[in-house]
Design a protein around this ligand. Structure first.
Ligand SMILES: O=P(O)(O)OC[C@H]1O[C@](O)(CO)[C@@H](O)[C@@H]1O
Ligand SMILES: [Mn+2]
Length: 442
């Protein structure tokens, strides 16, 4: 379709894609290489001598990857027995132009950035002993630790809010939604890939900041989201999905939102979609979920966190909450291709009553990473991806957006970095869904 706007690419100098591929991505690789140098002895102690010996080879492959990127060489096919290798190689072939394989700066930015993370994973997964080693794990654990004071405050606020759900007035319920949606949204500001893994944390009282941050929400469909949630409250057997993003404070905030939806009886089930392996530095994997719950349980003198950890573990044991993974989330595919490339996942999402998409990368995939005119309708920019009513909660960290009216965009005048700084945010709802979902009134 020639009428669609082009996808973002590193070939546009001055674009955030160019800056990312030329500056941010090499730093991320360098940090992984440094980690393996630094951790050699520890890795030897934990995984054995054979693993330690492999580190040299691993770092050689990582350096090679970095060098092909910086010298703008062609992208190579993936190797190994992992289930998604054929898909990746087919998608790589799609990128060939005039019989030539794509190079880093000309190929779609979304593709090459995902490709880098997938290649790092490939190097580890084909290494035997270290296949499950999370090279971003320590950074994620550090930010959880650094945010623990804010986490405790938010946890206490949640427990107070839902102590007696039946006693809450309509206004109070609305206020609670607004607080916890706001926290989940702004917690996305601190991902570890934008800072190339530099220390980020949520240190100040999170709820106080929310009020000031509100005027930085450029598109705010909260009222429509509240209306949706009110409608769901009267339904039975409601499932809400969250397509999650980063570990640390963001994961905790997202689980607080999940708790609110569960405690207020709006959702009877929550599907929480996470990554199967390390991704974009800080994205949540199953090990991060386990670590977070353990950390909360063992948090000395923090009864609120212990209580929440027990409750959440209970939800998981009962199947009220389910963490789910799919290789689609670690593919480079835009969501408009989910129905054809991952039909089971698409069908699964169709059974949700509402889907919450967290973060910048999910937003890029919703929009197909295209350079849409900013005022294009949000729904229209999804190119037919409408499994169920969906809401995007995103702080802006890449230079694309849709559904933004010129008078709202005008608010950013004076901030040349407004699209990528993470200082501006969106709460965008698309209410349409593509199926007649059994008498659904929406
Ligand atoms: O964790 P998030 O919000 O998906 O952000 C991921 C990061 O990846 C990018 O989308 C590309 O590097 C950034 O714009 C952003 O910093
Ligand atoms: Mn992320």
């Amino acid at each position: 379709n020639t009428e669609l706007p082009d996808v973002l690419r590193g070939s546009y100098k001055g674009s955030f894609a160019y800056k990312t591929i030329s500056e941010r991505m090499p730093v991320i690789l360098t940090k992984v290489i440094d980690l393996f140098h630094r951790e050699k002895i520890n890795i030897g102690n934990q995984y054995g001598d054979a693993a330690k010996e492999k580190l040299k080879q691993i770092n050689g492959s990582l350096s090679e990857l970095k060098s092909t990127m910086q010298r703008n060489k062609p992208l190579q096919p993936l190797a190994g027995a992992a289930a998604d290798v054929p898909l990746w190689n087919r998608l790589l072939e799609e990128q060939w132009v005039d019989g030539e394989p794509p190079v880093w700066f000309d190929a779609p930015w979304l593709f090459v950035e995902c490709y880098m993370y997938r290649r790092v994973r490939e190097i580890l997964e084909n290494s035997g002993e270290l296949r499950d080693y999370d090279y971003f794990g320590q950074q994620k654990r550090d930010t959880l630790e650094a945010s623990i004071a804010a986490i405790e405050l938010l946890g206490e606020h949640l427990l107070e809010t839902v102590a007696d759900p039946a006693a809450l007035s309509g206004q109070q319920v609305k206020r609670a939604f607004s607080d916890f949606i706001g926290m989940s949204l702004w917690a996305n500001k601190n991902d570890l890939s934008i800072s190339a893994g530099a220390h980020v944390s949520q240190e100040a009282s999170p709820l106080v900041q929310l009020v000031e941050l509100n005027h930085r929400v450029l598109v705010n469909d909260s009222e429509q989201v509240f209306a949706q949630l009110r409608r769901l409250r009267d339904k039975r057997d409601v499932r809400i999905d969250i397509v999650m993003d980063n570990a640390g404070f963001e994961l905790f905030s997202d689980l607080c939102l999940a708790d609110l939806l569960t405690s207020l009886g709006i959702a009877q089930r929550m599907s929480l979609h996470i990554k199967a392996h390390p991704w974009y530095v800080s994205d949540t994997t199953p090990a991060d979920v386990r670590h977070t719950l353990q950390h909360m349980q063992s948090a000395d003198g923090k009864p609120a966190l212990r209580r929440l950890a027990e409750r959440w573990q209970g939800y998981l044991d009962a199947g009220t909450w389910v963490f789910e993974m799919d290789t689609f989330w670690t593919s480079p595919l835009p969501f408009s291709r989910m129905a054809s490339e991952a039909p089971e996942l698409y069908a699964h999402l169709q059974a949700a009553n509402l889907i919450i998409f967290k973060g910048d990368l999910n937003y890029r995939k919703l929009l197909g990473d295209r350079n849409w005119p900013h005022s294009t309708g949000f729904c229209a920019s999804l190119e037919g991806f409408h499994p169920a009513p969906l809401v995007a909660l995103r702080t802006m960290k890449a230079d694309l957006v849709s559904g933004l009216a010129p008078e709202r965009e005008a608010l950013t005048a004076g901030d040349p970095n407004w699209m990528v700084s993470g200082e501006w945010a969106l709460i965008q709802l698309c209410e349409c869904s593509d199926t007649a979902r059994g008498g659904d009134e929406l």
